[in-house]
Design a protein around this ligand. Sequence first.
Ligand SMILES: NC(=O)c1ccc[n+]([C@@H]2O[C@H](COP(=O)([O-])OP(=O)(O)OC[C@H]3O[C@@H](n4cnc5c(N)ncnc54)[C@H](OP(=O)(O)O)[C@@H]3O)[C@@H](O)[C@H]2O)c1
Length: 335
Amino acid sequence: MEIGLVGMLRAAWMAGIMPIVIASLPYSRLGLFHGVVLEFAKRGKIKQSSSHYKFTVPQRFFSHFYVVAVIWTTFLLLTMWIYASLVSEPYFYSNVSSHLPGGSNIFPFLKLHFISTERSCDSWLSMFLLLLMEVQVLRRLLETIYVFNYNPSARMHIFGYLAGLFFYVAAPLSLSSACVADAFIFSANEVTRFIFKGKGSMRATEFDWWDFVNPLMKLGWCQWFGAAIFFFGWIHQLRCHAILGSLRKHGRRNDEYVIPCGDWFDIVSSPHYLAEIVIYAGMVFASEGADLTIWLLFAFVVANLVFAAAETHRWYLHKFDNYPSNRFAIIPFIY
Ligand SMILES: NC(=O)c1ccc[n+]([C@@H]2O[C@H](COP(=O)([O-])OP(=O)(O)OC[C@H]3O[C@@H](n4cnc5c(N)ncnc54)[C@H](OP(=O)(O)O)[C@@H]3O)[C@@H](O)[C@H]2O)c1
């Protein structure tokens, strides 16, 4: 099951990355393909100039992404926490197997878990990455509700909407793919055991914050440096979103656009996209860079946001004659 899930996630990221990369190649023959991919990716102010309003949904539906993301990430976090806490207790296997009819033969995979400290490390690392994801999607949910003032006529393509929903299911899964399948099987067995043997067969666990915090404290410098990169991007995205949200206050209409200034807006046109890339780079660093699925997730985020930023930059240059000429699209001094 693990190989299946990981394989499917990798295939899905590749399927998302390839069309964007091909559409970004500077060949005039790809113009039509570029147009099709762009039509799916356009939203808000960029889509205003588009004549195709068929198959679109309001851009404020962005909040749905983060509702799904918060619920799903919280669920994965809880599943992983139960798994990580029990896996890291070596005496648990003998206790459990002695309570089961048929002993370890019924749950042979359990033995594997409880003798493998490497697995235990993986699960705490996955939990740490999921915690970072939770911090990100919780803030994004609040921003879509309280910070952004979406233009009522702003739309996005239904394909972009479905891709967004998929992203926030697949991204937390990818961050924890090293052991999420094991965690699911383990939890399913715990529930099965509870149903067939009753509460008495369950291990009496007392909630102790220290049990939760202690293993996280043992994570290495990669995790903490990755977290520092993550929060560097996180804080700048918070500021840039506050700037975007403030543009329509002070009596301005909800369909009015102005040139944003301040924070990273002084260097690039889409600093909130740049900050998102920094946030995911932090997660890659925290994962120690050894997981291809997380690299593919990161590659998708970069491809998607660089593509959107290029179009946003073109839109600003076209819309405002006085647009600052020293601003780059998304990567300072490069692009
Ligand atoms: N992880 C990923 O793959 C991924 C993908 C997409 C987005 N995101 C993240 O989600 C966040 C929001 O993305 P988004 O594409 O919705 O951002 P956006 O298009 O820049 O829009 C954000 C809000 O700001 C408003 N706005 C933007 N520029 C404005 C201007 N010049 N004047 C007045 N209002 C302006 C928009 O209005 P309109 O609606 O009228 O345009 C919208 O309400 C970003 O931080 C991004 O990184 C992540």
